[in-house]
Design a binder for this molecule. Sequence first.
Ligand code: SF4
Length: 205
Amino acid sequence: MKVTRRDFLKVTGATVASFAVVDLGFDMAATASGLKGVRTKNVKPVPTICPFCGCGCGLVVYAKDGAPAEGPQLLSVQGDPDNPINRGAACSKGSALMNLREIYSPETGEQEINPKRIAKPRYRAPGSTKWEEKDWDWMLDEIAKRVKETRDKYFEHKDENGIIVNRCEALASLGGAALDNEEVHLIAKMNRALGMTYIEHQARI
Ligand code: SF4
Protein backbone atom coordinates (compact mmCIF):
# COMPACT_ATOMS: atom_id res chain seq x y z
CA MET A 1 0.00 0.00 0.00
CA LYS A 2 1.29 3.41 -0.90
CA VAL A 3 1.31 5.83 2.06
CA THR A 4 1.60 9.47 1.17
CA ARG A 5 3.24 12.00 3.42
CA ARG A 6 -0.24 13.51 4.16
CA ASP A 7 -1.64 10.04 5.20
CA PHE A 8 1.34 9.45 7.45
CA LEU A 9 0.90 12.80 9.23
CA LYS A 10 -2.85 12.18 9.67
CA VAL A 11 -2.33 8.76 11.29
CA THR A 12 0.59 9.77 13.55
CA GLY A 13 -1.12 13.03 14.56
CA ALA A 14 -4.28 11.21 15.65
CA THR A 15 -2.23 8.65 17.58
CA VAL A 16 -0.25 11.33 19.43
CA ALA A 17 -3.48 13.17 20.30
CA SER A 18 -5.00 9.94 21.72
CA PHE A 19 -1.93 9.25 23.84
CA ALA A 20 -1.93 12.85 25.09
CA VAL A 21 -5.53 12.55 26.32
CA VAL A 22 -4.85 9.20 28.00
CA ASP A 23 -1.59 10.46 29.56
CA LEU A 24 -3.35 13.46 31.11
CA GLY A 25 -5.70 11.07 32.91
CA PHE A 26 -8.96 12.42 31.51
CA ASP A 27 -11.82 10.03 32.03
CA MET A 28 -13.73 10.41 28.79
CA ALA A 29 -16.60 8.35 30.20
CA ALA A 30 -17.34 10.98 32.87
CA THR A 31 -19.40 13.44 30.87
CA ALA A 32 -22.46 15.58 31.50
CA SER A 33 -24.58 12.92 29.85
CA GLY A 34 -23.53 10.60 32.67
CA LEU A 35 -24.99 13.02 35.21
CA LYS A 36 -28.18 13.54 33.28
CA GLY A 37 -28.63 9.77 33.23
CA VAL A 38 -29.19 9.73 37.00
CA ARG A 39 -32.87 9.04 37.59
CA THR A 40 -33.68 8.76 41.27
CA LYS A 41 -37.13 9.93 42.32
CA ASN A 42 -37.20 13.36 44.05
CA VAL A 43 -33.42 13.71 43.86
CA LYS A 44 -31.97 16.64 41.95
CA PRO A 45 -28.23 17.16 41.25
CA VAL A 46 -27.17 20.68 42.31
CA PRO A 47 -23.75 21.95 41.14
CA THR A 48 -21.60 23.81 43.66
CA ILE A 49 -17.95 24.69 44.42
CA CYS A 50 -15.83 22.86 47.00
CA PRO A 51 -15.18 25.25 49.93
CA PHE A 52 -11.93 23.75 51.13
CA CYS A 53 -8.90 24.83 49.08
CA GLY A 54 -7.80 27.25 46.37
CA CYS A 55 -8.35 24.78 43.51
CA GLY A 56 -12.07 25.57 43.51
CA CYS A 57 -13.18 22.18 42.17
CA GLY A 58 -16.76 21.80 40.99
CA LEU A 59 -18.92 19.31 42.88
CA VAL A 60 -22.45 18.02 42.46
CA VAL A 61 -24.66 17.63 45.52
CA TYR A 62 -27.43 15.04 45.34
CA ALA A 63 -30.13 15.96 47.83
CA LYS A 64 -33.77 15.07 48.30
CA ASP A 65 -35.86 17.65 46.38
CA GLY A 66 -32.76 19.65 45.37
CA ALA A 67 -31.05 21.96 47.86
CA PRO A 68 -31.16 20.54 51.40
CA ALA A 69 -33.25 22.41 53.97
CA GLU A 70 -33.86 21.11 57.51
CA GLY A 71 -32.71 17.67 58.59
CA PRO A 72 -30.49 15.08 56.88
CA GLN A 73 -31.28 14.83 53.17
CA LEU A 74 -28.01 14.35 51.33
CA LEU A 75 -27.43 11.22 49.31
CA SER A 76 -23.97 11.97 47.95
CA VAL A 77 -21.51 14.63 46.83
CA GLN A 78 -19.35 13.93 43.78
CA GLY A 79 -16.92 15.69 41.44
CA ASP A 80 -18.68 17.63 38.66
CA PRO A 81 -17.74 16.19 35.24
CA ASP A 82 -18.87 19.46 33.59
CA ASN A 83 -16.42 21.58 35.59
CA PRO A 84 -13.28 22.38 33.54
CA ILE A 85 -11.09 22.58 36.67
CA ASN A 86 -11.51 19.05 38.03
CA ARG A 87 -13.50 17.28 35.28
CA GLY A 88 -15.39 15.01 37.65
CA ALA A 89 -12.52 14.29 40.04
CA ALA A 90 -12.37 15.24 43.71
CA CYS A 91 -9.62 14.72 46.31
CA SER A 92 -10.29 12.98 49.62
CA LYS A 93 -11.43 16.21 51.30
CA GLY A 94 -13.80 17.13 48.47
CA SER A 95 -15.13 13.55 48.33
CA ALA A 96 -15.89 13.71 52.07
CA LEU A 97 -17.69 17.06 51.79
CA MET A 98 -21.02 15.46 52.67
CA ASN A 99 -19.74 14.87 56.23
CA LEU A 100 -19.41 18.61 56.73
CA ARG A 101 -23.20 18.65 57.00
CA GLU A 102 -24.33 15.11 57.72
CA ILE A 103 -22.82 12.00 59.31
CA TYR A 104 -23.92 8.52 60.26
CA SER A 105 -24.33 8.28 64.03
CA PRO A 106 -22.40 5.30 65.46
CA GLU A 107 -25.03 5.01 68.23
CA THR A 108 -28.19 4.91 66.13
CA GLY A 109 -26.76 3.96 62.72
CA GLU A 110 -28.93 6.75 61.29
CA GLN A 111 -27.86 9.70 59.15
CA GLU A 112 -28.00 12.96 61.15
CA ILE A 113 -26.87 16.58 61.00
CA ASN A 114 -23.19 16.72 62.03
CA PRO A 115 -23.26 18.06 65.62
CA LYS A 116 -19.79 19.59 65.13
CA ARG A 117 -20.90 21.74 62.23
CA ILE A 118 -20.76 25.46 62.96
CA ALA A 119 -23.88 26.95 61.41
CA LYS A 120 -23.87 30.43 62.97
CA PRO A 121 -21.27 33.23 63.03
CA ARG A 122 -18.99 33.24 66.06
CA TYR A 123 -17.12 36.16 67.55
CA ARG A 124 -14.14 36.20 69.88
CA ALA A 125 -13.51 39.57 71.47
CA PRO A 126 -9.91 40.85 71.61
CA GLY A 127 -8.11 39.17 74.54
CA SER A 128 -10.97 36.74 75.20
CA THR A 129 -10.63 32.95 75.15
CA LYS A 130 -14.36 32.38 74.53
CA TRP A 131 -16.35 32.35 71.31
CA GLU A 132 -19.79 33.97 71.35
CA GLU A 133 -22.59 33.23 68.89
CA LYS A 134 -23.73 36.36 67.03
CA ASP A 135 -26.26 36.98 64.29
CA TRP A 136 -25.26 38.04 60.78
CA ASP A 137 -26.56 41.62 61.20
CA TRP A 138 -24.35 42.17 64.23
CA MET A 139 -21.34 40.64 62.42
CA LEU A 140 -21.74 42.68 59.24
CA ASP A 141 -22.28 45.95 61.17
CA GLU A 142 -19.20 45.23 63.28
CA ILE A 143 -17.03 44.46 60.22
CA ALA A 144 -18.25 47.62 58.42
CA LYS A 145 -17.60 49.73 61.54
CA ARG A 146 -14.05 48.42 61.97
CA VAL A 147 -13.17 48.74 58.28
CA LYS A 148 -14.33 52.39 58.30
CA GLU A 149 -12.49 53.19 61.55
CA THR A 150 -9.27 51.61 60.24
CA ARG A 151 -9.45 53.37 56.89
CA ASP A 152 -10.20 56.76 58.49
CA LYS A 153 -7.28 56.32 60.87
CA TYR A 154 -4.62 54.97 58.50
CA PHE A 155 -5.45 56.30 55.02
CA GLU A 156 -2.44 58.14 53.52
CA HIS A 157 -2.92 60.69 50.79
CA LYS A 158 0.83 61.35 50.30
CA ASP A 159 3.93 59.40 51.35
CA GLU A 160 6.93 60.86 53.18
CA ASN A 161 8.34 62.15 49.86
CA GLY A 162 5.18 64.04 49.00
CA ILE A 163 4.15 61.57 46.29
CA ILE A 164 0.40 60.97 46.06
CA VAL A 165 -0.29 57.33 47.06
CA ASN A 166 -3.91 57.26 48.31
CA ARG A 167 -3.41 53.99 50.18
CA CYS A 168 -4.34 52.25 53.41
CA GLU A 169 -1.74 49.67 54.42
CA ALA A 170 -3.60 48.75 57.60
CA LEU A 171 -6.23 46.74 55.69
CA ALA A 172 -5.76 43.53 53.69
CA SER A 173 -8.04 41.31 51.63
CA LEU A 174 -7.91 37.54 51.12
CA GLY A 175 -10.08 36.15 48.31
CA GLY A 176 -11.44 32.61 48.21
CA ALA A 177 -11.84 29.97 45.51
CA ALA A 178 -15.62 29.95 45.82
CA LEU A 179 -15.89 33.53 44.52
CA ASP A 180 -16.96 33.87 40.90
CA ASN A 181 -15.58 36.39 38.36
CA GLU A 182 -18.27 39.00 38.98
CA GLU A 183 -17.90 38.83 42.76
CA VAL A 184 -14.12 39.11 42.46
CA HIS A 185 -14.51 42.12 40.13
CA LEU A 186 -16.71 43.93 42.68
CA ILE A 187 -14.54 42.99 45.67
CA ALA A 188 -11.37 44.19 43.87
CA LYS A 189 -13.08 47.52 43.07
CA MET A 190 -14.15 47.94 46.70
CA ASN A 191 -10.62 47.08 47.91
CA ARG A 192 -9.05 49.65 45.58
CA ALA A 193 -11.59 52.28 46.66
CA LEU A 194 -10.57 51.62 50.27
CA GLY A 195 -6.93 52.17 49.25
CA MET A 196 -5.88 48.58 49.95
CA THR A 197 -2.54 47.43 48.60
CA TYR A 198 -2.38 43.98 50.23
CA ILE A 199 -4.80 42.00 48.06
CA GLU A 200 -4.28 38.23 48.00
CA HIS A 201 -6.01 35.01 47.05
CA GLN A 202 -6.04 31.75 48.95
CA ALA A 203 -4.71 29.83 45.93
CA ARG A 204 -1.41 31.76 46.14
CA ILE A 205 -0.60 31.14 49.81
S1 SF4 B 1 -11.88 18.78 45.92
FE1 SF4 B 1 -9.88 18.84 46.96
S2 SF4 B 1 -8.52 19.83 45.49
FE2 SF4 B 1 -10.63 20.31 44.86
S3 SF4 B 1 -11.12 22.30 45.86
FE3 SF4 B 1 -11.83 20.65 47.22
S4 SF4 B 1 -10.12 20.33 48.63
FE4 SF4 B 1 -9.31 21.45 46.88
